[in-house]
Every structure is written in C-alpha cells, then in structure tokens.
Design a protein around this ligand. Structure first.
Ligand code: HPA
Length: 284
C-alpha cells in the first residue's frame, strides 16, 4: 500500500514486473467490475489468480485473476482518505502489462425516464464531478511516460466498441434493455437528495454512480481504449411525491438478477476483439 499521493513510475513497473514474473500470460484486455458485478469473473477461464494483498503495491481488494486476454479484478474499495492515484494504480499497471483495452462496469441509478432498473447503459460520455473540482488522479506532477499533461477526454469511450456492443445486444435479443447514455460520477457515499437528482437530470446526466471516472481518466491519459457500461440498479428519486428510496442491498440484488446478460455482453465483446486482433495479425 502506498501512503503518499504521488506514485513513481518505478512503483508501477515493479508491480507489473512482479505480475509478469508470476504468470506467462500477457493480457490485452482488463476488466474492472462494479458493485454486484463481480460475477463477471465466472465468465473467464482464469488461469492465474492472485489475492490483491499478495500483489506488491496493489490497493486492498479480494481477488484478481488472469488469462491470456484478460486481467480481472473487482473494483477497489474506495476509502474516503485514499488518494485517487491509489484507486487508479491498477490501470497503469495494466498499461505496463501490455493491456490495450479497459472494460469498466458499474452499478448506477437512472435519471433518464427511459432507463429502468435492470437496464444496461452503454457509457457514451461521463461527467467527472470530483474531477471538475480538482479531485483528479492526474493532479500533481505529470508522468510523461504515461501521457501528456493536458490529455483530451473527448472520445474517451471508444465509438467502435460502443457500436459493436449495440450490435451484440441485438444478436442476444436484449436490445430493448440497452441504450447509450451519459454517466456522472459523484463522490458519495450517500445517495442523492431529490434536489441533487433534479440538478443532475437537468444537466443531461442519464445515470449516476460513485466510481469509474478516475479509472477512465487515467486509462485515457495512457492511451488505453475504454469500453464502459452501467447496470441500472435503481431509479434515482426525483419527486417529492415519491416515497421510494434506494439502498445498497437493492443495488446488489439487481446486479445478481442481470448478471447473465452482462456476462454474455462482455464475453462476446471480448471475443470480437480477439477476432479483430487475429485479423490484424493475419493482415500483417
Ligand atoms: N446514486 C449513486 N450511486 C449509485 C446509485 C445511485 O442512485 N445506484 C447505484 N450506485
């Protein structure tokens, strides 16, 4: 565990070297799973797995496992005091391992009227509220070996992968459950007040959660291609007449109910990437 905010290139490299010394696999795709979506691990034929606590420098979580094309790990628990650079530490390690694509999943509450609990939102763009007020993992001296001081975030959710994912949902017969939308990250850990929910809705946010944006910012900074999806676990209460309220157990339950569809979508997306990669290799 790191106690300081700034993490040196050597520290990321040390962790990547350790992982590469422990496995012969060289993953091309990394997956970060959100609340209740840890079952994505079941889709992977894990060939090597490591406890987070055994990986030098990794933030504490439960498990990670790898196979040739994937690194898998549940998203890191976010302590209020933890530096964002620690939360996003695995993303830079993925980069040094040779990963090219990061898949992020999260649980989110919907603000858009057309998004119901159990629906899947393919993330088209995000509003990184903590980032807008300076809580950004890229704060501090820039590490030029990873990327530029002022990286662009337009197009950070890869258009090609989004369109392949939409095609897959048609093929799986679940297109009616899936749409693209804008995700906003808020700091949490409380869910939104009604006034906050109304504000977010007016700002054009379709779904809100408490994770993902920092990892996507760091991934985009170092040139990883990103695909993200939100599993809609609840409708955010926007009306003073509405007596519903959200709770964490309900969020986890929807994750379990929709786990199979999320698994199918992610697995098919990865297999199409492999096909593309093979085509590229064949072409060369
Ligand atoms: N708000 C914020 N984060 C969330 C929600 C929500 O309604 N649901 C799941 N994560």
């Amino acid at each position: 565990m790191h106690s300081k905010e700034q993490i040196s290139h050597d520290e990321y490299q040390k962790t990547a070297d350790w992982l590469m010394s422990q496995t012969k696999h060289r993953p091309q795709v990394a997956i970060i799973c959100g609340s209740g979506l840890g079952m994505l691990a079941d889709t992977l034929k894990c060939q090597d797995s490591f406890a987070y606590s055994d990986i030098p420098g990794f933030p504490q979580s439960t498990a990670t496992c790898m196979r040739p094309h994937d690194v898998f790990g549940p998203s890191t628990p976010r302590k209020p005091s933890r530096a964002l650079a620690e939360t996003t530490f695995p993303v830079r390690v993925f980069k040094l391992l040779g990963v090219e694509t990061l898949i992020v999943t999260n649980a989110a509450g919907s603000l858009a009227d057309g998004l119901q609990p159990g629906d899947i939102m393919i993330i088209k763009d995000h509003v990184n509220f903590p980032g807008l007020v300076g809580l950004n993992p890229l704060c501090g001296p820039n590490d030029d070996k990873f990327g530029p001081r002022f990286p662009a975030m337009s197009g950070c959710y890869d258009k090609g992968l989004r369109s392949i994912a939409m095609e897959i949902t048609k093929q799986l017969g679940v297109a009616s459950l899936v749409q693209e939308g804008v995700y906003a990250m808020v700091g949490g850990p409380n869910f939104e007040s009604i006034a906050e929910a109304r504000l977010l809705h007016r700002l054009g946010v379709d779904a809100v959660g408490m994770s993902t944006a920092p990892e996507v910012v760091v991934a985009t900074h170092c040139g990883l291609r990103v695909f993200g999806l939100s599993l809609i676990t609840n409708k955010v209460v926007k009306s003073y007449e509405d007596s519903d309220s959200v709770n964490h157990e309900g969020v986890l339950e929807v994750g379990r109910l929709r786990s199979h569809t999320v698994q199918q979508l992610v697995t098919e997306l990865i297999s199409r990437m492999e096909i593309n990669n093979n085509n590229t290799n064949n072409a060369v």
